[in-house]
Design a protein around this ligand. Structure first.
Ligand code: GAR
Length: 204
């Protein structure tokens, strides 16, 4: 499936997806990396995959999304992977791509939607934290869950150490989830079988 990765910053999940897609027999291939910020570090790490910047600055939301939509359609995109894309998308845009757009979120949804997930997990005292790949629906961080990976919260953790442990899991989980989705034909399937990646164990 012709896949676009949307980023806003560092791009470490993007890099994990690109590395996986470079492997043999991967059912998705990258056709575009698009950022809403020209200074996103990830734009320099695409290894030759075409990049585009659609700046959200100074644009009305609808104009921004119309431009985004046009770039994605021009590139013949069939599947969108949001990877640290920090713009909330309108219900109209999400509906236009619903069933063809996935996201990674740094918590075990439905716990801790939104921002500052690691600090909030610590404040809540949870003993398991992690990340979730889900379909994007009009309600932010609420789409059907595709896959999750859990990590322990250790007594000495701060938000940085916990975030680093989760990020390492994100880099394993997102390629695995993309493989599932793309192998199923993306929009042609409903929600693929849920998977749970707990520590080093794959449970299906
Ligand atoms: C990742 O932790 C991702 O889960 C999170 O932003 C980070 C991006 O890092 N996404 C969200 O919070 C979306 N709400 P990266 O640019 O290195 O992949």
């Amino acid at each position: 499936m012709r896949t676009a990765i949307l980023i806003s910053g560092r791009g470490s999940n993007m890099s994990a997806l690109l590395a996986a897609m470079a492997g043999p027999d991967f059912p998705a291939r990258p056709v575009l990396v698009l950022s809403n910020r020209a200074d996103a570090a990830g734009l320099g790490l695409t290894g030759g995959v075409p990049t585009a910047v659609v700046s959200s600055r100074g644009l009305e939301r609808e104009a921004f999304e119309a431009e985004l939509d046009a770039r994605l359609r021009e590139a013949g995109v069939e599947l969108i992977a949001l990877a640290g894309f920090m713009r909330v998308l309108t219900a109209g845009f999400v509906r236009a791509w619903q069933g063809r757009m996935i996201n990674i979120h740094p918590s075990l949804l439905p716990s801790f939607p939104g921002l500052d997930t690691h600090a909030r997990a610590l404040a809540a005292g949870v003993r398991l934290h992690g990340c979730t790949v889900h379909w994007v629906s009009p309600d932010v961080d609420e789409g059907p869950i595709i896959a999750q990976s859990a990590v322990p919260v250790l007594p000495q953790d701060d938000a940085a150490s916990l975030g680093a442990r989760v990020l390492a899991r994100e880099h394993a989980l997102y390629p695995a989830a993309l493989r599932l989705v793309a192998a199923g034909g993306g929009a042609a399937v409903t929600v693929p079988a849920a998977t749970c990646h707990l520590d080093s164990l794959w449970l299906r």
